[in-house]
Design a protein around this ligand. Structure first.
Ligand code: ATP
Length: 224
């Protein structure tokens, strides 16, 4: 059994009297790609934000490689995120005035560890060799999301979180982006959690779960 990177236990979040979710347990191992399905409004983004330490759960805890993010203070959380977390969003989180290479280099710059060779290699590995000097607006939607994947993994984080990364893409581009996400997760030995309402998107994952108000359920694998 490979090492557990993400360990979520008994997580609950409520707004006022209404529970968004409760009793959420989730373990994800190194190199494993887990998809979490759920209807709109069930709390998928809230769950990712709680895992990232951007939102405080009302009960339960989140540990990443033993570090208890739930009970850390904000400065510790911010430091932890910069070093150990990659995040891929649905859209528009690639900075439009920076080139593709500068976007990918950003996490390394924030850590004070610039490395042009690594940026070039990262672009190659997501199929964007030679496009580093372009601006994002000169790329297709699928290419922009592959920039976002390269950027999310450039600093070799232990944990990769993806929130509907294919929501705005046609099915062909979506498939390429998901395949890049899966390949890169394995190659980097990251633990990846993807949230989506798309069963097709969940089809590339190693394991599929469903988020409900009362916890997380296993789902039979969607056909490829
Ligand atoms: N600040 C807030 N105050 C009150 N309720 C909130 C707040 N933020 C989120 N909610 C509620 O929490 C629930 C979960 O929202 P969340 O965005 O996590 O769902 P989701 O599954 O990611 O939805 P979608 O797939 O549409 O993005 C929703 O019912 C939402 O209305």
């Amino acid at each position: 059994m490979s090492e557990v990177v993400l360990d979520v236990r008994g997580l609950a979040r409520r707004y006022g009297e209404a529970a968004v979710f409760q009793g959420v347990d989730l373990q994800v191992s190194r190199g494993e790609f887990v998809a979490i399905l759920g209807e709109s409004g069930v709390g998928k983004s809230t769950l990712l934000n709680c895992i990232a330490g951007l939102d405080r759960p009302d009960a339960g805890e989140v540990r990443v490689l033993g570090f208890d993010i739930t009970h850390a203070d904000e400065a510790q959380q911010a430091h932890w995120r910069r070093r150990h977390l990659g995040f891929v969003f649905q859209a528009f989180h690639v900075l439009p005035h920076l080139t593709v290479a500068q976007n990918v280099a950003l996490p390394l710059m924030l850590l004070g560890e610039p490395d042009d060779g690594r940026v070039e290699q990262a672009l190659r590995s997501v199929g964007l060799a030679g496009l580093g000097s372009r601006l994002p607006q000169q790329l297709s939607g699928g290419q922009v999301q592959r920039v976002a994947i390269a950027r999310a993994l450039i600093h070799r984080p232990a944990l990769l979180l993806a929130d509907e990364p294919t929501g705005n893409l046609d099915p062909g581009s979506a498939r390429q982006v998901l395949q890049a996400l899966r390949e890169q997760t394995r190659e980097h030995g990251a633990a990846c959690v993807l949230v989506t309402h798309s069963r097709a998107a969940a089809g590339v994952a190693d394991r599929v779960m469903e988020l409900t108000v009362s916890g997380m359920n296993d789902v039979a694998r969607a056909p490829h």
